[in-house]
Design a protein around this ligand. Structure first.
Ligand code: NAD
Ligand code: GLY
Length: 364
C-alpha cells in the first residue's frame, strides 16, 4: 500500500494512495481503537456514486455510520449549511469520540473539516477526497473553511485530518473538465519543486488527462502529496514557505473575482495565473524563453477556457489589490528561478505585472 505521512508531531497523519483502496475504507477505519460512530458528510452528486456504498460497507463491518448529504456546489460552503450540519450532528448525539468523514471534493473537505474543527471544540475527521483537485491539494494540510458573502474562504481554521484515503479509481466518474482543472495544481507542484516531475508530466499529460494508467495517476498524486506534506510540515500555518503553494494564484484569484466565480473552475483560473507568473519570472530574467515556452505548452494542454474579452488589465490589477493574502509589505509574488525552483519575491515592479497581465490577456 502506498503510504505517505504528514509529519506534524502529535498531529501527524497518514495518506494512503492506491487504486481501489476506497473498498478497504472500513478496514482502514477499524485501526482506530476508540469510537465506532462515523458521520459521512458528502454531496448530492457523490452520494449515489460512493456515499451509499461507503455507508453499507461500514455498516457491514460492524461500524455505526450515518450519512449527511448537502447540495453539490460551492454554495454549500456557507454558514447556513454548516449550521444545518451542526444541528443534524447534535441531534444524532455526536461526541468527541465520533468521527466525521469528508467524502467528496474540496467543497466537502473544507465544509466538513470546518464543522469538525468547530463542533464540540473539535471532532476527529477523515478525508476521502474524490476530485483530483482535492486529492492533490485540499485534503492535505488542514486548511478548512467556508465562504462569507464578502469573500471566499474568509472563515476557517487550520485543523488536520487523522487520515486521508485517496483512490484514483474514483476519478473515472469525474468530468474531464474537473480532471484538467485539478491538473493545473499538479503542474504547479512541478513548477515550484521538481523539474523531473515537470518532464514526466510533459511526456505523459495526455495519458494522465484520460486516466489511461491508474498506477501512473497514483504516482502523480503521490508526488504532489509528498511535496505538499513536506511544505506543510515546515510551515503549517502559512507564516512563510507555505505561500509557495500559491504560485499562479494571485492572478488566478483575480480572474475568479472579475468573472464572479461562475466562469472558471479554480484550476482553470490558476492555469492562466501560472502563465502570468511564468512570464513575470521571464521578465525578471530567471527562466529563459525556452523554459517559458515549454512551461506554457504544458499548461496549454489543459485547454483552459479563454479569458473573456471584456476582462481588462485594470480590472485584474484592481482585484489583485484587494487580495486577502496581500500584506502591508506589498504583494508577495511566487516566481520561478528555473523550472522546479521557486523564488519568493516582494520586489516586482508594477510595470512588469502589467506586462505579464497583457501576456495572458493577449495570449502572446
Ligand atoms: P467540488 O468539491 O465542488 O467538486 C467538483 C464537482 O465534482 C462537484 O459537482 C462534485 O459533486 C463533483 N464530484 C466530486 N467527486 C466526484 C467524482 N468522483 N465523480 C463525479 N463527480 C464528482 O470542487 P473541487 O474542485 O474538488 O474543490 C473546490 C473547493 O476546494 C473550493 O471551495 C476551494 O476553495 C477548495 N480548496 C481548498 C483548498 C484547501 O487547502 N483547503 C485548496 C484548494 C481548493
Ligand atoms: N492550497 C494551498 C494551501 O493549502 O496552502
Amino acid at each position: 500500500m502506498n503510504k505517505l505521512v504528514v509529519n506534524l508531531d502529535n498531529r501527524s497523519y497518514p495518506i494512503y494512495i492506491e487504486p481501489a483502496i476506497f473498498k478497504e475504507t472500513a478496514s482502514l477505519l477499524g485501526q482506530f481503537d476508540s469510537g465506532k460512530e462515523f458521520f459521512i458528510i458528502t454531496d448530492s452528486n457523490v452520494r449515489p456514486l460512493y456515499g451509499d456504498v461507503l455507508f453499507d460497507s461500514l455498516r457491514n463491518a460492524g461500524l455505526s455510520p450515518q450519512l449527511l448529504v448537502v447540495p453539490a456546489g460551492e454554495h454549500s460552503k456557507s454558514l447556513q449549511v454548516a449550521e444545518d450540519l451542526y444541528t443534524q450532528l447534535l441531534a444524532a448525539r455526536v461526541t468527541r469520540q465520533s468521527k466525521i468523514i469528508a467524502l467528496g471534493g474540496g467543497v466537502i473537505g473544507d465544509l466538513a473539516g470546518f464543522v469538525a474543527a468547530t463542533l464540540l471544540r473539535g471532532v476527529p475527521f477523515i478525508q476521502i477526497p474524490t476530485t483530483l483537485l482535492s486529492q492533490v491539494d485540499s485534503s492535505v494540510g488542514g486548511k478548512v473553511g467556508i465562504n462569507h458573502p464578502l469573500g471566499k474562504n474568509l472563515i476557517g481554521a487550520f485543523y488536520q485530518p487523522q487520515l486521508v484515503i485517496i483512490d484514483p479509481l474514483v476519478l473515472k466518474t469525474l468530468p474531464i473538465r474537473e480532471i484538467k482543472a485539478g491538473l493545473a495544481e499538479v503542474i504547479k507542484y512541478s513548477f515550484i519543486a521538481n523539474a523531473g516531475f515537470f518532464k514526466q508530466l510533459s511526456a505523459s499529460i495526455t495519458d494522465i488527462i484520460n486516466l489511461n494508467d491508474l498506477m501512473l495517476v497514483q504516482d502523480i498524486i503521490s508526488t504532489c502529496c509528498q511535496i505538499k506534506a513536506e511544505v506543510v510540515a515546515k510551515d503549517e500555518r502559512e507564516s512563510g514557505l507555505r505561500a509557495i503553494l500559491n504560485f499562479g494564484h494571485t492572478i488566478g484569484h483575480a480572474l475568479e473575482t472579475v468573472t464572479n466565480y461562475d466562469y472558471f473552475l479554480h484550476g482553470e483560473a490558476v492555469a492562466h495565473g501560472m502563465r502570468g507568473a511564468l512570464y513575470l519570472s521571464f521578465l525578471h530574467q530567471y527562466i529563459n524563453k525556452n523554459e517559458l515556452t515549454r512551461a506554457c505548452a504544458l499548461i496549454a494542454s489543459l485547454e483552459p477556457p479563454a479569458i473573456p474579452t471584456h476582462i481588462t488589465g485594470e480590472a485584474l490589477v484592481q482585484a489583485m489589490s484587494k487580495d486577502k493574502k496581500r500584506s502591508d509589505k506589498g504583494q508577495l509574488w511566487i516566481l520561478l528561478q528555473k523550472i522546479g525552483q521557486y523564488d519568493m519575491n516582494r520586489n516586482v515592479p508594477a510595470e512588469m505585472v502589467k506586462e505579464a497581465i497583457d501576456f495572458i490577456l493577449t495570449g502572446n
